[in-house]
Design a protein around this ligand. Structure first.
Ligand SMILES: [Fe+2]
Length: 454
């Protein structure tokens, strides 16, 4: 955002929308009842925040647009980084009671916020398990399951915590330990307890929204039931058949229309078989079919359903660790946390820092969250617009990092620092990148500079 204040960015977003609506400054000023000079001031970012908001509401009244979509959240990071100190996390603590086996409400969890930014889709919490159990019985009446939630969850375990989950009415319990992790699909009920009165059992529960979260506004205004938009994920062959049907509907092709096209092209594809929800479709068949539907092969692919992916448990394994980038000049010892094909860009790591000096920064296309769960201080450096910035991440501190920012961790004490990382894509995900890559001007996407003509 260097050189571009929030108010200037806000003005450019308004210009971008006026371009979409095919309104010049002059036309918008006259339709909205402002002077041309005022309208120009809004676009140039020389008006006050209040005046800009007045203009946005006027646009919302006059044009068929969502005025809230014009408001750009204020960036709360420092050059793409936001750190939350252990002390601040402690101050945010909330203890929530839940029923025990006798029906009395007693302390169940202590929640603390960790690093969150309004520019990121994470809501990561530090959660201490306060209910102590003496078994791993999933039906233990002292265990209070929640109702599940809208956000995806990846959890990192610290200490002797039990993890409970309910899959369509059948309950399970897993004994978890430091370094283990899990993934919980939205709305599956779950719970956590401690197995020890003396040892602390904690989880770092990173909840986050994906594409469905980003579509939430549109979903809330849908007239057709959401059920009509869902694939039968648990029946893969049927899901593919339904997807082919959906593309046929979009192309306004009936069964007869598409059959004729296949015949004209001497295709060997049997459309009846493709639409048979019990028959398996080969990649070759789908690739050819895609041609006649004016789409790509990727538009006909849905990940296969695996029952064991609704809730996934990943145990820490010493043998699985690898040294990044190589054994000669090791920076990090990395253990991969839970993975799922359904969210192929959700990347969690347990990182032990091996270097004492700042070298070889790296970056990624994802939003990243870090939490120092060890006892040692880590140095943290990042690069922005050619400048390099330095800070520290102490035990219990957490950090949010914007995508594509070069960064590096290094030890500041004798013992190695231990850090959890979780990265996820934002709206600028792979699909968006592909669309964006074809544009003839990238600069004007992030900061509209001109009217569509003149
Ligand atoms: Fe949860």
């Amino acid at each position: 955002m260097t050189g571009k204040t929030h108010i200037k960015i806000q003005g450019k977003r308004i210009l971008s929308e006026l371009n979409d609506l095919k309104r010049t400054t002059e036309a918008a000023a006259s339709e909205l009842g402002f002077t041309e000079e005022f309208t120009l001031g809004v676009i140039e970012g020389t008006k006050t925040e209040r005046e800009i908001m007045d203009f946005i509401w006027a646009m919302g009244e006059r044009y068929p647009i969502d005025p809230y979509d014009l408001i750009i959240p204020k960036n709360d990071t420092q050059m793409g980084v936001k750190i939350m100190r252990r002390k601040e996390s402690e101050l945010s603590k909330r203890i929530f009671n839940r029923k025990n086996k006798d029906g009395e409400k007693t302390p169940y969890y202590e929640y603390r916020d960790t690093a969150m930014s309004r520019t990121a889709p994470f809501k990561p919490e530090w959660i201490k398990e306060l209910r102590v159990v003496s078994d791993n019985n999933p039906e233990n009446p002292d265990v209070a399951y929640n109702n599940g939630h809208f956000m995806h969850q990846m959890t990192f375990f610290l200490g002797p915590a039990n993890f409970y989950y309910d899959i369509y009415g059948k309950k399970f319990c897993q004994e978890m330990n430091t370094g283990d992790s899990n993934y919980i699909t939205p709305f599956f009920p779950h719970s956590f307890t401690s197995r020890s009165k003396d040892e602390e059992a904690l989880i770092i529960a990173v909840t986050f929204g994906g594409e469905v979260r980003r579509a939430q506004k549109e979903i809330y205004s849908l007239k057709s039931p959401l059920e009509n938009f869902k694939f039968d994920f648990r029946n893969h062959n049927k899901a593919i058949s339904d997807l082919v049907l959906q593309h046929m509907e979009s192309e306004r092709l009936s069964f007869n229309n598409l059959s004729s096209i296949l015949k004209e092209n001497n295709s060997k594809i049997n459309l009846l078989k493709i639409l048979d929800q019990n028959s398996e479709k080969s990649i070759d068949e789908l690739k050819e079919l895609a041609l006649y539907l004016n789409i790509g092969l990727r538009d006909l692919l849905i990940p296969g359903y695996r029952e064991d992916e609704d809730i996934i448990i990943k145990r820490h394994s010493k043998e699985e660790s690898f040294i990044y980038p190589n054994n000669k000049s090791p920076l990090y010892k990395i253990n991969t946390l839970v993975r799922t094909e359904r969210l192929s860009e959700m990347k969690g790591f347990d990182i032990e820092v091996l270097t004492n000096s700042l070298k070889e920064p790296s970056s990624k296309n994802l939003h990243s969250y870090f939490y120092n769960y060890g006892n040692s201080l880590a140095g943290f450096s990042w690069w922005d617009n050619g400048g390099v910035f330095h800070d520290e991440l102490n035990s219990g501190d957490s950090l949010y990092l914007n995508p594509r920012i070069k960064h590096a961790f290094y030890n500041k004490e004798k013992d190695n620092a231990k850090i959890i990382e979780l990265s996820i894509p934002g709206a600028l995900n792979l699909q968006t990148q592909i669309e964006l890559s074809a544009f003839s001007n990238i600069e004007r996407v992030a900061y509209e500079t001109k009217e569509w003509f003149n």
